[in-house]
Design a protein around this ligand. Structure first.
Ligand code: CMP
Length: 152
């Protein structure tokens, strides 16, 4: 196999990822603070909206966790008040947003990450972000149609 020259252009992939700002952050009037971090990272918000999830929507969104012991509590929390869902776009958006969020449990999250700064515990962890391209596509489509997205 031929080695790539040191200057070879490694193609960067423009991705979209779904972000949810969770109810406790909305209740504390910190939506703007989270979105400011997102924009400062260089990710572009190409759609955003506030909504009150009902039980069926929250259960459907977190279906992969249905058998986990925390499922009912998570659904209860995610329906306890409005959330803000956004689609973020940029090179490697999925990994970059996950890095910005930090570990699921705010106690384990690095300093300066959203979950360290705004999260309280592993359930009340401020934000959600898609974990892989397939999940991102499904999660974006859960809340937004193609016509809702304004790439720029
Ligand atoms: P999120 O990124 O929204 O994806 C699934 C969510 O389940 C996660 O963030 C946490 O809010 C929640 N979660 C994960 N593990 C636990 C746990 N051990 N106890 C309670 N909630 C959890």
């Amino acid at each position: 196999m031929r080695a790539l020259p040191a200057t070879a252009n490694i193609a960067r992939v423009v991705e979209r990822t779904l972000s949810i700002i969770k109810p406790e952050v909305v209740a504390r009037n910190q939506i703007g603070a989270i979105l400011q971090h997102v924009e400062q990272t260089g990710l572009r918000i190409v759609a955003t909206r506030m909504l009150q999830l009902d039980r069926r929507q929250a259960e459907g969104f977190y279906d992969v966790h249905r058998e986990r012991p925390f499922f009912q509590s998570l659904v209860q929390f995610m329906t306890s008040g409005p959330v803000v869902v956004s689609v973020l776009e940029g090179d490697d958006a999925i990994a970059r947003y996950r890095k910005l969020m930090g570990a699921t449990d705010p106690e384990q999250a690095d300093a300066g990450t959203l979950r360290k700064l705004f999260g309280t515990n592993v359930e009340h962890n401020a934000v959600h972000g898609s974990d892989a391209p397939d999940t991102a596509r499904t999660e974006v489509a859960y809340f937004f149609g193609e016509a809702d997205l304004v790439p720029r």
